[in-house]
Design a protein around this ligand. Structure first.
Ligand code: DGT
Ligand code: CA
Ligand code: CA
Ligand code: ZN
Length: 577
């Protein structure tokens, strides 16, 4: 299993952090940061390039020394240089870098000035009022350090111990490839939170049906990417993969496949609810099957188990004990949306702002995915770091899109913008230019710390403008990195419904914003959502699968999502005036 670009980028980032803590030459630090960025942006695997003569030397920003280090990482999966560097510091120092607001410089100051070497020690020192005495720190930074440590615990998702679904997918796909060919394997699936498409997973649970387990088990514990074997047995084992993700495997006899898949898919709450239904009928439900006394009466398939209890099949995304069992019994399960229901994507960036491809390239990529339309939503001027467009540049883009549309057959680029909502709820561009657009997505990118009431009013005021159609990434969270801003989303949803506009379900796996609970809330109040990728490259259009997972967790059907409509219907649906 070759090492991935993101693994290599992660190693370089770590080198840069530790060099900076050490006080090394800033140019050297920058070279590693730059290399990390370059490597993670490459569309080809660095491991492949390393195998070619001069393959690495052609990459901009990768000099001879870095190319050598990449070769070392690719062949040995380690970088002794980094390991030696880390040994110069206490082992808990790396975790301090993950506290938001603490960069290498602050961590270095805390380490040098107070001998702090871990998050625990930092928390104690901050609580004791010692941090404020360091040069460059204040009572305010001390307080925010304490808040951030607490917050990191509270977010959970993506934080210590949990991984985003996209990270788990990257690690699991090649591992499954390795296991699939094993002797005697009849079925293989990833169960657990991964199968339920939860936004983060604690570990991955691989389930195998096989008459004999020896080969598949040997392949699992012997897999290249395993850094630690936690437990090893004939039918179950656990390992830690490179990067820290834990994988569990269970091998079951084929006749128990359905029962085991049901059990290990969970959730635990759903399992308990089903088991209780069994208890009422004097049946035992476990991972081997459903039993009356010693006789197994169901368990080869999941459908068989649900049928036994008078229910149709319940999709994994619904299995959270949030009413799915009652709905199934009443014949009222939703017909969950699928990727194939979508006719277009309503949020995409191009190289005009912070995307990587032109509008034409994005159009071709969207068309190749079977879509009828794609909204080009580059940033507006306030978002300077993304080279946001002013009215004049946007007018230029509009003309360019008209020219592209004149050439495209059976596909339409929608003229749009991701319009920044300013602190007081006014909009970043004048109405006159917005009138020339097909659609406006408005989002918050700054002033996250307003009090809840102010934040809510701010957004609703933006929605008051009849040119606004969609409120983008409504909570502003970044999974595991940034909590939602304080906002009354229910109130915003009602306001959107009254005004004939929509909220976005941003499908990007770092956002998945709205969350599943708010998706369901929207559906129940009759508010439809726009399901969009926020693509910054052509490949990003494929991130839609994460949004579909989230939508399904939120019980959404095709009808609940506006971009399942053919273009003429979509146009009618979003018209406000
Ligand atoms: P995670 O890993 O924290 O993201 O969440 P899950 O749901 O993947 O949980 P995990 O890996 O601990 O266990 C996988 C499944 O196994 C879980 O969804 C349901 C089942 N399971 C685990 N422990 C129990 C239990 O104590 N009772 C029941 N009924 N099921 C359990
Ligand atoms: Ca799990
Ligand atoms: Ca597990
Ligand atoms: Zn965007």
């Amino acid at each position: 299993m070759p090492i991935s670009n993101s693994d290599i980028a992660g190693i370089f980032d770590e080198v840069a952090d530790f060099l900076e803590i050490k006080g090394d030459n800033p140019f050297r630090v920058r070279a590693y940061r730059n290399a990390s960025r370059v490597v993670s942006g490459l569309s080809r695997g660095v491991a492949d390039l390393a195998a070619e003569e001069k393959g690495l030397e052609g990459i901009p920003g990768i000099g001879k020394d870095l190319a050598e280090k990449i070769r070392t990482i690719v062949t040995t999966k380690r970088l002794p240089f980094l390991e030696a560097l880390k040994k110069e510091f206490p082992p808990g120092l790396g975790a301090m870098l993950k506290v938001r607001g603490l960069g290498p410089k602050k961590v270095a100051a805390l380490h040098r000035g107070l001998g702090i070497g871990s998050v625990e020690e930092l928390k104690k020192a901050a609580a004791a009022g010692k941090v404020r005495e360091l040069p460059g720190f204040s009572v305010k930074t001390e307080r925010s350090i304490l808040e951030e440590i607490e917050r990191a615990k509270a977010i959970g998702g993506g934080g210590p111990g949990r991984f985003k679904l996209v990270q788990a997918e990257e690690k699991v796909a090649p591992l499954l490839g390795k296991l699939e060919g094993a002797v005697g394997v009849e079925e293989i699936a990833v169960a657990g939170s991964f199968r339920r498409r939860a936004e983060t997973v604690g570990d991955v649970d691989i389930l195998v049906a096989a008459a004999s387990s020896a080969d598949v088990m040997a392949r699992f514990v012997g897999y290249d990417d395993v850094v630690k074997v936690l437990a090893e047995g004939a039918t179950k084992s656990s390992v830690v993969l490179r990067g820290g993700l834990q994988a569990d495997i269970r091998v079951v006899p084929p006749e128990s496949w359905g029962a085991a898949l049901h059990y290990f898919t969970g959730s635990k709450a759903h399992n308990i609810a089903v088991r209780l239904m069994g208890v009422k009928r004097k049946l035992k439900v476990n991972e081997y099957g459903v039993f009356r006394g010693k006789k197994m009466i169901a368990g080869r398939t999941e459908e068989e188990i649900y049928r036994l209890f008078g229910m149709p099949y319940i999709e994994p995304e619904l299995r959270e004990d949030r009413g799915e069992i009652q709905a199934a019994l009443a014949g009222k399960l939703p017909r969950l949306i699928t990727l194939g229901d979508l006719r277009g994507d309503l949020h995409a960036h191009t190289s005009e702002s912070d995307g990587r491809f032109t509008a034409l390239e994005m159009a071709e990529a969207a068309k190749a995915r079977g879509y009828d339309y794609l909204a080009i939503t580059d940033h507006s001027k306030r978002v300077t770091i993304a080279r946001g467009l002013d009215a004049k540049r946007l007018a230029g883009s509009i003309k360019a899109i008209d020219r592209i549309n004149a050439k495209l057959r059976g596909f339409t680029l929608l003229k749009s913008v991701e319009l920044d909502i300013l602190a007081d709820g006014s909009l970043d561009l004048p109405d006159s230019i917005l009138d020339d657009l097909d659609l406006v997505v408005a989002s918050v990118h700054y002033n996250f710390r307003l009090p809840k009431e102010k934040q809510t009013e701010r957004v609703i005021r933006a929605l008051d403008n009849p040119r606004v159609n969609i409120f983008g990434h409504p909570s502003g969270r970044l999974i595991g990195e940034r909590p939602p801003y304080d906002i009354d989303l229910e109130k915003v949803m009602r306001a959107a419904l009254e005004r004939g506009c929509f909220l976005e379900l941003n499908a990007h796996p770092d956002r998945l914003d709205l969350d599943d609970v708010h998706c369901k809330m929207a559906k129940e109040m009759g508010l439809k959502l726009a399901l969009s990728t926020d693509a910054h490259s052509a490949d990003d259009l494929d991130l839609m699968r994460f949004g579909i997972g989230q939508a399904r967790r939120g019980w959404l059907e095709a009808d609940d999502v506006i971009n399942t409509r053919p273009l003429p219907e979509l146009r009618k649906l979003i018209r406000r005036r």
